[in-house]
Design a protein around this ligand. Structure first.
Ligand code: MG
Length: 158
């Protein structure tokens, strides 16, 4: 049996934090605000995986009111979510992520992000796709206030 889940996340750019996306630290004057390390790619993919299994969402599993998750490594939250759905008899077969941001240009980092995600999830590199696009200057993304990520995950029964 195959199950599909979608995840969405957005974070605001702030000064004084590193920009971490898909487990990769990307040179940029601004990072992302958040309780954890604010890795929006990891967060969106976590929600997609949980959603595909009907296993709730990232906010339920790792509440941002819990000091334990302060500055948490979101790639570890992602791995934990995958372990949870594996415990329910599923594993990640494929994932596709789109990062929507005006800056920085993410093209040079997409391969590293996909490799880092695949490595942390214990799946083949070819199973993970990460893409980037701008928002054509429109809205909060267009004004550079923040970025958003959409992710889709396909789980297969093991
Ligand atoms: Mg988030």
């Amino acid at each position: 049996m195959t199950r599909v889940g979608i995840g969405y996340d957005s974070h605001r750019f702030v000064a004084g934090r590193p920009l971490i996306l898909g487990g990769v630290t990307i040179p940029h004057p601004h990072g992302l605000a958040g309780h954890s390390d604010a890795d929006a790619v990891a967060h969106a993919l976590t929600d997609a995986i949980l959603g595909a299994a009907g296993a709730g969402n990232i906010g339920e599993l790792f509440p941002d009111t819990d000091p334990h998750w302060k500055d948490a490594d979101s790639m570890e939250l992602l791995r934990t979510a995958h372990e949870l759905v594996r415990g329910r008899g599923y594993s990640l077969a494929q994932a596709d992520c789109s990062v929507i941001t005006e800056r920085p240009r993410l093209g040079p980092h997409l391969g590293a992000m996909a490799a880092a995600l695949a490595s942390r999830l214990g799946v083949e590199a070819a199973a993970i796709s990460v893409k980037a696009k701008t928002n054509e200057g429109m809205g909060f993304i267009g004004r550079g206030e923040g970025l958003a990520v959409i992710a889709v995950a396909v789980l297969e029964a093991r």
